[in-house]
Write a protein that binds this ligand. Structure first.
Ligand code: GSH
Length: 215
């Protein structure tokens, strides 16, 4: 097998890549990176100096692909059955990428900011940054809730890159900045996502690690 995903089962951005890999049924191996080990961190940083996972290594093509969105763009079209994560129509493809960016930048990253802040020593906390992160998530929740009025998926009938991005952002987002009871479309969408086979598999595999989540 030529492709290896360097990952951690609790990492939300790894969930995004895994959902896409499972959706397209791409064969790959997993390498769990324990960033608390200096050696593992150094090895990983040699692969991708930014040292954030997921990173996909494709030995057959001698390519190293970091960044969850880029990984999903890379594997799109590799599936045997021809399933795609990006709509073929260029206008819809652009909208799909915009929704992917919106989930990542305005829900997922602020969620990480809030979680990261909880992990800091009290005198290193950033209350203003956390307040801004919460406000940004609220704005993005409202936008996504409106866009999901029709559903069932972020781009309508087909499951796409935007849904891969949505699940980890909303799953962890709802834990640190709950939208349940307030954003009905988003709430129903999160439940639909949990029922999707690729997502259910990711959640199942993460189960033993979930209690480590500090949010
Ligand atoms: N923009 C990146 C974000 C990746 C990211 O933030 N990964 C986190 C885990 S969810 C990570 O590697 N954290 C470890 C660290 O920052 O040391 C992507 O989409 O892949």
């Amino acid at each position: 097998m030529s492709m290896t995903l360097h990952f951690h089962p609790l990492s939300s951005f790894c969930w995004k890549a895994l959902i896409g890999l499972y959706e397209l049924q791409i064969p790959f191996e997993k390498h769990l990176v324990d960033l608390s080990s200096d050696t593992a961190h150094a090895d990983f940083a040699r692969l991708w100096p930014i040292a954030k996972f997921p990173v996909l290594r494709d030995d057959a093509r001698d390519r190293t692909i970091p960044e969850s969105t880029i990984i999903l763009e890379y594997i799109d079209g590799m599936s045997r059955g021809g399933a795609r994560l990006i709509p073929p129509d260029p206008v819809r493809a652009l909208e799909c990428r915009l929704r992917d960016r919106t989930f990542d930048l305005y829900i997922h990253l602020p969620m990480q900011k809030i979680v990261g802040d909880k992990l800091r020593h009290e005198d290193k906390r950033d209350p203003l940054g956390v307040e801004q992160a919460r406000a940004q998530m609220e704005t993005a929740y409202a936008l996504a809730d409106e866009q999901l009025r029709a559903g069932p998926w972020a781009m309508g009938a087909d499951f796409t890159l935007a849904d891969c991005a949505a699940f980890p952002a909303l799953f962890y987002g709802d834990k640190v900045a709950p939208f349940g009871g307030r954003r009905k479309n988003l709430e129903a969408y999160l439940e639909r996502l949990k029922g999707r086979a690729s997502v259910a598999r990711v959640l199942d595999e993460a189960q033993p690690y979930l209690e480590m989540f500090p949010g």
